[in-house]
Write a protein that binds this ligand. Structure first.
Ligand SMILES: [Zn+2]
Length: 368
């Protein structure tokens, strides 16, 4: 199911499984964040402490050559965390199309300022298939009344997005995700959101694409929750598996239960993308991209080539080519040639880039 309606899964071609064309992540990066616990709310509200005027000016500045390196490394700059330029989106995704790309799964979920109409316009302008997401992103992006919402409430919204479309746009979601499970620990509202996604997957046959699925082995618990709701773990994508790319034992154990593992932070050259995301170790190690390449080769060797998915998770302006980033075409331009260099065969690459995505995206027979 694409933003322009249903297509034959075999016609998607090379597919990026976790990208963003339009979103607003500013809530995640507020300077001098302060947690405020309001009575009657289980999750704290994140606001900014009072902070110096020069830092405020930096936070509010436009992203450009002069502040790009600071924005990428240390200084939060609000303009970096919003993607809203339609013409830029068209030009950037054309880089992927011109190199043979066929489809992009845009997993901007509820709370991230998802934009169905803009996605459809980009798809029309570029000829790319675009699959839109639904479901609830994490914590600070939850609706204000998330505590009061039941699993049934959340499930109802997701099922409607998939079967009838978002609002009155008639544009239907083709995947449930990214479903925000930050973990550490998994909160009550995250658990509700996962259970709702699982029920909606069972009812609609759409796949579930998880953001993380928790920290470390919390991923086991997330799979348990989905299983408890009667959904098929074969329809679950463990996103951001880059974070466990070096924990082969955990990956094998999880894979044994049926899901896809998705390496979707490809292109990031930093050794550590963020201390929160990767773990407490700080130092010069292999880049995320290099670890992913090794993990892909190992998983193929172990016979899991049917369960691997790839993407780049473009979500900041500094990820775009026009701001010096890797863009939407990094996998086609750089990563696949690297996989070939380390011995991954053309038929395995075809499976990972086209066959696996089309299988994951084809709706299963609903279980009712
Ligand atoms: Zn994402």
């Amino acid at each position: 199911m694409t933003v322009r309606g249903p297509v034959e899964p075999g016609g998607l071609g090379s597919t990026l499984m976790h990208e963003h064309l339009f979103l607003d992540l500013r809530k995640n990066h507020l300077p001098h964040p302060k947690r405020v616990h309001l009575p009657g709310r289980s999750e704290p509200i994140i606001t900014s402490e009072d902070f110096p005027a020069t830092e405020l000016a930096r936070w509010e500045a436009k992203l450009g050559v002069g502040n790009l390196i600071d924005a990428k490394n240390v200084a939060p700059l609000s303009d970096n965390y919003i993607l809203a330029d339609e013409q830029a989106a068209i030009e950037e995704v054309m880089e992927f199309r011109e190199r043979g790309g066929g489809a992009i799964v845009e997993v901007t979920s509820i709370g991230l300022k998802r934009d169905p109409e803009a996605l459809r316009r980009v798809s029309e302008a570029t000829g790319l298939h675009i699959v839109m997401g639904t479901g609830y992103y994490q914590r600070v992006f939850h609706p204000e009344d998330m505590d009061e919402r039941t699993v049934e409430d959340l499930e109802g919204v997701i099922v409607r997005d998939v079967t009838a479309g978002v609002g009155d746009t008639g544009i239907r979601a083709g995947i449930i995700g990214e479903v925000g499970v930050n973990g550490g620990p998994i909160t009550a509202n995250e658990e509700k959101s996962v259970r709702a996604a699982a029920r909606a997957s069972r009812v609609t046959g759409a796949a579930i694409s998880l953001h993380r699925g928790g920290v470390g082995d919390e991923r086991r618990r997330t799979l348990d929750l989905i299983e408890e709701e009667g959904a098929d773990l074969g329809r679950v994508i463990l996103g951001h598996s880059d974070e466990i790319a070096e924990d082969m034992d955990l990956m094998m154990e999880l894979l044994g239960r049926g899901p896809y593992v998705q390496f979707d932070l490809i292109g990031r050259e930093q050794a550590i993308t963020s201390i929160d995301a990767i773990g407490p170790e700080v130092g010069i190690g292999l880049s995320v991209t290099a670890r992913d390449a090794l993990a892909v080769a190992r998983l193929i060797e172990a016979g899991y080539e049917e369960r691997i998915l790839l993407s780049q998770d473009v979500c900041w302006k500094s990820h775009l080519k026009r701001y010096g980033g890797f863009g939407y075409s990094y996998i086609l331009e750089r990563f696949l040639p690297h996989l070939r260099n380390i011995g991954v065969s053309e038929s395995h690459i075809e499976k990972i880039m086209a066959t696996n995505p089309s299988r994951a995206l084809a709706f299963a027979e609903p279980a009712g």
